[in-house]
Design a protein around this ligand. Structure first.
Ligand code: AP5
Ligand code: MG
Ligand code: ZN
Length: 215
């Protein structure tokens, strides 16, 4: 299955992608996670990306397009993949089409998660992420068993640099300006499915699975 999860910051792309990964044994390809790993490692790409990410802006198209092109050629993507946070601009979507064509692959589905702005802010300000394994939590909606400690690996839970309210508002604006055109882009391509992302996490998961199984 070759899938894109589309949706604003905090829509639940990462949360749902992690569940689909386990269910279908295909990798989650999150440009945000790949970039954060590069920032952590202090690579030249990470050093350039950090400032843009902390300010809530986008990293240049050519950088993320290159990351995804390389990642999709790794063997674990042969059976399929879940793109999370990519594409985010029409130029990225066009580049993805070219990459997939070159690999004789085709997208199966794009699932668009819809969530109100107010809920997104509450989700992102309460999000906690494991420093070691990257698993996401929410202080109210999806708490870890022990505050500040990852259930999965015992790692420390931290807040992302870009989850400050002012930066969140900037990210939401960038999404509205640059990413929402992809909804009609994929609608016209006949691959878009819309899902109400305002529901609790298990309900979103259930509906996502039934959408995917309906083919
Ligand atoms: P990225 O890491 O992709 O961030 P994002 O798109 O802003 O999305 P988030 O990760 O914040 O949200 P999510 O939808 O994954 O939500 P989650 O599941 O965690 O990108 C970060 C930055 O990297 C960008 O700003 C940009 O600078 C750069 N970048 C990345 N990709 C790029 C690209 N393609 N081009 C250019 N630049 C790029 O859930 C959020 C919280 O809500 C969690 O706490 C979770 O527990 C909770 N939650 C989830 N679902 C529910 C639910 N149904 N009900 C209640 N709570 C829920
Ligand atoms: Mg995410
Ligand atoms: Zn962990």
């Amino acid at each position: 299955m070759k899938l894109i999860l589309l949706g604003p910051p905090g829509a639940g792309k990462g949360t749902q992608a992690k569940m689909l990964t386990e269910r279908f044994a295909i990798p989650q390809v999150s440009t945000g996670e790949i970039l954060r790993a590069a920032v952590k490692d202090g690579t030249p790409m990470g050093q350039k990306a950090k400032e843009l990410m902390d300010a809530g802006g986008l990293v240049p198209d050519e950088v993320v397009v290159g990351i995804v092109r390389d990642r999709l050629q790794e063997t674990d993507c042969n059976k399929g993949f879940i793109l999370d946070g990519f594409p985010r601009t029409v130029a990225q979507a066009d580049a993805l089409q070219v990459s997939l064509q070159n690999m004789s692959k085709k997208l199966d589905r794009v699932i668009s998660l819809k969530v109100d702005a107010q809920a997104l802010i509450e989700r992102l300000t309460g999000r906690r992420t494991c420093k070691d394994c990257g698993r996401g939590y929410h202080v109210k909606f999806d708490p870890s068993r022990q505050a500040g400690v990852c259930d999965a690996c015992g790692g420390t839970l931290i807040q992302r640099n870009d989850d400050q309210e002012e930066t969140i508002r900037k990210r939401l604006q960038v999404y509205a300006d640059q990413t929402t055109p992809l909804i009609s882009y994929y609608q016209e391509a006949g691959v878009l499915l819309e899902l109400d992302g305002m529901q609790p996490i298990p309900q979103v998961q259930k509906e996502m699975l039934s959408l995917l199984q309906a083919g």
